[in-house]
Ligand binder design. Structure first.
Ligand code: RAM
Length: 487
């Protein structure tokens, strides 16, 4: 089957769309130690070229340049040599190049940038740099996006930045970030696909990614990996995050609900069905999904978080969506997942809900009270209505609760608010969270954003954070979905 799935993935390989971004800049005369900064005018992903020349005298030695691609203005003056984070420093986009001859010089690698800083390390004489061209690439067709018919200018602006984020993460697959990781991650993909259904409508790309995961090697206990590589060779990831595996299932259900392509759904369903058995095997005697290692659950980049209740919520949410997709297809398994949903919900109420305190402080999670559990218990349908809304507000205002760190988890917070019918509050949250990034000058939405804390990084140094990150693109999904509902 693996070969078949890879073949299907290949059939859906998208054409990339290229655009030449001309950079307004005169030819520049530079000598050793000089530097210039080019502004692309917006955030783009692509390749860079320029022309090297000389002023008065031929260059009788190679020229050595340092070229730095910066996602944000702040990055221009950041000294990469001080980097001390946990991920490899080679993600930082800086090249030292030696050029032997005058003429056009094309850099081969792909970069993600708004600004380009060029510093002259060595040159024998005064050189000139001119004809700067950045050729952007993406598999998002911007002409397929419908005009957003709303009066709220702030939301329009947020939608623009959100679309830009998604566009720059769409290539041969939905990448998580064009600067860092540059690969297909299941939970990022699920949110990208959702937003893509309301914006660029590249359903072939969604199909491709669904097939790629279907082709992946599963862990010994039957789970799909959280990520994979596909270029130049297919290679399954080796981290098995339970919530990411569930989000892959959600991506498949969403795809069917939006596109109505039962053929692809049924093609892939056997993989999902087998994996859902692996999940069923991890349900403990109380009916709670328990994985041995907490490290196999993501939920958010929040180090203090206890995650059992959240994971149970993701499981419920997935069962509900899968069962609905199967019911729409008239498939007999709809009932199977529906009954699993009911038992997992009863178990959550019995063993995770704390009636005395009216929260989800439970033994599995060492009685930690956190926002994440409440969000996922709402999304899983365990609590609802005004009671759930009050509970959510209470944990959000509780200083002792571990804070949400990523736009990814903020997506699910907004979705929970929507589910409770709090549309106005959800839109306000989008404005206060994503809108704040826009106010601070973001061209694309960041991987991690904690207002007032630019130092936060899951990798111990914010220098390596991705400043255009796929999982942050979902305001376009919410805003456009809401706008359609009101038409
Ligand atoms: C990071 C990436 C990716 C995310 C994983 C869990 O490495 O940013 O987006 O899905 O973490």
């Amino acid at each position: 089957m693996k070969e078949y799935y890879l073949k299907k993935a290949d059939e859906n390989l998208p054409e990339l769309i290229y655009e030449k971004i001309r950079i307004a800049s005169e030819a520049r005369e530079l000598f050793r130690g000089d530097s210039i900064v080019l502004d692309l005018g917006d955030y783009y992903v692509g390749r860079f070229s320029f022309v090297l020349g000389y002023k008065d005298m031929y260059l009788d030695a190679p020229v050595r340049l340092c070229i730095k691609f910066c996602e944000t203005k702040e990055e221009i003056d950041t000294d990469f040599s001080t980097y001390h984070g946990a991920l490899c420093a080679s993600w930082l986009q800086e090249e030292i190049i030696n050029i032997d001859m005058i003429g056009e010089y094309k850099m081969l690698r792909r970069y993600a940038a708004r600004y380009i800083k060029i510093s002259v390390v060595y040159t024998p004489r005064i050189l000139t740099l001119s004809d700067f061209v950045f050729t952007s690439e993406t598999s998002a067709d911007v002409s397929s996006v419908e005009k957003l018919e709303i009066d709220d200018l702030e939301l329009c602006l947020i939608d623009k930045v959100a679309r830009n984020t998604l566009k720059n993460c769409m290539h041969r697959v939905f990448e998580d970030g064009p600067k860092r990781d540059r690969r297909l991650w299941a939970s990022d993909f699920r949110l990208q696909a959702l937003t893509n259904h309301y914006t660029f409508k590249n359903s072939a790309l969604v199909r491709r990614c669904l097939y790629l995961f279907a082709a992946a090697d599963r862990s010994e206990d039957g789970f799909l990996p959280a990520y994979l590589y596909e270029n130049p060779n297919f290679f399954s990831g080796t981290w098995y995050l339970r919530d990411f595996a569930l989000n892959y299932v959600n991506a498949l259900s969403d795809y069917y609900m939006h596109i109505g392509d039962s053929e692809t759904f049924l093609d892939i369903y056997p993989v999902v069905k087998e994996m859902m058995e692996a999940f069923a095997a991890e349900i403990d005697e109380n009916g709670i999904l328990v994985t041995e290692k907490q490290g196999n659950i993501f939920i958010d980049w929040q180090g203090e978080l206890k995650k059992t209740a959240s994971l149970q919520g993701v499981y419920l949410y997935t069962l509900e969506k899968l069962s609905s997709a199967l019911a729409r297809l008239g498939h007999e398994d709809a009932e199977l997942y529906n009954s699993r949903y009911e038992s997992a919900k009863t178990a959550a109420l019995r063993h995770l809900y704390n009636a005395n305190e009216n929260n989800f402080a439970n033994a599995y999670d060492e009685y930690q009270v956190n926002i994440h559990s409440v969000v996922w218990m709402i999304l899983g349908g365990v609590v609802s209505g005004e009671g759930a809304w009050e509970m959510l507000l209470r944990v959000m205002n509780d200083e002792k609760c571990p804070k949400i760190v990523t736009p990814y988890m903020n997506h699910y917070l907004v979705e929970a608010m929507m589910k409770l019918g709090k549309e106005k509050e959800a839109m306000e949250h989008i404005k206060s969270f994503w809108g704040l990034m826009v106010k601070q000058g973001a061209d694309a939405f960041y991987e991690v954003f904690v207002p007032g804390h630019p130092e936060v990084s899951p990798y111990l140094d914010p220098m390596i954070n991705s400043m255009c990150h796929a999982w942050s693109c979902t305001p376009s999904y919410f805003i456009r979905k809401q706008a359609q509902g009101h038409l």
